[in-house]
Ligand binder design. Structure first.
Ligand SMILES: Nc1ncnc2c1ncn2[C@@H]1O[C@H](COP(=O)(O)OP(=O)(O)OP(=O)(O)O)[C@@H](O)[C@H]1O
Ligand SMILES: [Mg+2]
Length: 480
């Protein structure tokens, strides 16, 4: 028999694996959980990086918009100055006044939107200076035109100072716009790189997942194989044990049959000895005593009484011997056959206890094997003893019949019946030995409660196993 393996338990995260080689099964799910957690962290990180790139682009757009607005404001102020010089209409100066009012606020907003970008802040400082100069030049030209007339203002215009300041403003604004383009390009490049990284991560994740599923499938397959191997081993072990139990049971049954046979043989030998030897001794003692009595011819009362007492004791001894001989081996069984012995037995058992009985037998005696006859007789004897001992019955009904190729014996009583637990376990000796005797002859034994009350003992025996086919014995029995 293969050795039984001891089972160790391995505990992982509170899950008990009752067999050490099964713990690798926990690896794929654990890896999957770790992978999903990592993926979640990476996805959150990527999301926030994308959001920051988006914010950068939006802020850059806003700044560029403000720079364009600023440039527009200055161009319109300059155009207003020119218009006014040509038309002399005060209304044309409206954009110039607007620039004077809004330029500072716009610059302040720009400064805020650049945060702590030192280069941009420096450029904005320069822009503020150039703007101040330009607006000063514009204001001076307008004042000259108002006070001294157009030509004086044109004179100032021709110096080209205003154009230079405007040129500075344009160039600073262009530098700032160019920086925004670079900023946007950098943010977009970062965004693209993040996108590529995200794709790589999800691609690698998919491959990793597929690998995990394959590993898990393999582990499950191995586990299934191991389980079916174990199941096969267990089946084999169970079969071996069942075979051993069956062999032992057979051995014990054979031993029991053998012991029963030996016991019957010994009883038979003892009964013959008692019958022949003790019977002979007692009979000759009685004859000798009669002879002495006659020879003495004593008429003395006390002597005659003594002789009578000895005669009675010897008769009692003969009766006792006869009873013991019958108990050990019913002579009827060997001389007349099973049915006669059963008739005598039921009459004896019921007469002792005042039980009524009904009996039924086949018309002719069967020539049974000696061991079958005694086994059946002992079974019926025990059934009757049980009725007398336990049943509290008033009537016994015994039927012996030949049905098909079986001898069927049924003994029913109208007593209290067997308790349910008795019916379930027929482990006590009397019932067990009845069952054993009948089964050893290839028959079937049963005991059950009758619906009308009382118990029914039944035995069915195949005739071919119990009939005596030995011609010598059959002939001897026929001669009587
Ligand atoms: N005809 C019956 N009616 C009621 N109870 C019965 C009857 N036959 C057997 N029993 C019950 O079944 C039990 C088992 O019977 P069994 O012959 O095996 O043992 P036993 O008679 O108690 O002892 P043993 O026969 O070994 O001297 C009895 O103790 C009794 O309770
Ligand atoms: Mg009994």
């Amino acid at each position: 028999m293969p050795p039984v393996r001891t089972l160790d338990a391995v505990k992982i995260f509170g899950i008990t694996f009752d067999y050490p080689r099964r713990w690798p099964l926990a690896i794929p799910p654990l890896l999957l959980i770790a992978f999903l957690a990592g993926l979640f962290v990476l996805a959150t990180e990527g999301q926030s990086r994308l959001e920051s790139a988006n914010t950068r682009v939006q802020q850059s757009d806003l700044r560029e918009q403000r720079l364009a607005e600023y440039q527009n404001l200055m161009i319109e102020a300059e155009t207003a100055q020119r218009g006014y010089l040509i038309t002399g209409d005060e209304q044309d100066l409206a954009p110039y006044h607007q620039a004077e009012q809004h330029a500072d606020a716009l610059l302040h907003a720009l400064r805020l939107s650049y945060g702590d970008d030192a280069t941009a802040l420096d450029l904005l400082r320069q822009l503020r200076l150039a703007t101040g100069k330009k607006l000063g030049e514009l204001g001076m030209t307008v004042a000259l035109a108002t006070s001294q007339g157009g030509p004086a203002a044109m004179q100032l215009l021709r110096t080209g100072e205003g154009r230079r300041y405007m040129g500075q403003i344009r160039s600073i604004l262009a530098t700032l716009v160019a920086r925004e383009a670079i900023e946007r390009a950098a943010a977009t490049a970062r965004w693209r790189a993040d996108l590529v990284l995200a794709r790589w991560i999800s691609g690698a994740g998919a491959v990793f997942n597929i690998l995990l599923v394959m590993v898990a499938a393999r582990l499950v397959l191995l586990d299934m194989r191991r389980r079916s191997r174990q199941a096969a081993e267990l089946r084999t072990q169970k079969q071996v044990l069942e075979d051993q139990v069956a062999a032992r049971t057979q051995e014990l049954a054979a031993l029991s049959t053998h012991l029963q046979e030996i016991s019957e043989q010994e009883k038979y030998a003892l009964s013959r000895e008692l019958h022949d030897e003790l019977g002979g001794l007692l009979v000759s003692a009685r004859m000798d005593l009669s002879w002495i009595e006659r020879k003495l011819g004593s008429q003395e009362l006390t002597v005659m009484q003594r002789f009578k007492r000895i005669q009675e004791s010897l008769s009692a001894g003969v009766n006792l011997k006869r009873r013991v001989v019958e108990e050990l081996r019913p002579t009827l069984l060997d001389n007349m056959g099973l049915f006669s012995a059963l008739r005598w037995q039921i009459k004896e058992s019921c007469a002792r206890t005042g039980l009524k009985y009904v009996e039924k037998y086949p018309e002719e005696e069967l020539h049974l094997l000696p061991q079958a006859a005694i086994a059946i007789f002992r079974t019926v004897q025990e059934a009757l003893t049980n009725i007398v001992k336990h049943a509290e019955a008033t009537t016994v009904d015994m039927a012996v019949e030949i049905m098909d190729s079986e001898l069927v014996i049924q003994i029913a009583d109208d007593g209290k019946g067997l308790s349910p637990e008795r019916l379930k376990s027929l482990g006590s000796h009397g019932l067990a030995s009845m069952r054993h005797r009948i089964e050893a002859l290839g028959g079937k034994f049963g005991i059950d409660n009758l619906s009308s009350g009382g118990a029914l003992v039944s035995a069915r025996l195949p005739l071919e196993k119990i009939l005596d086919r030995d011609p010598a014995r059959v002939e001897a029995a026929a001669r009587g």
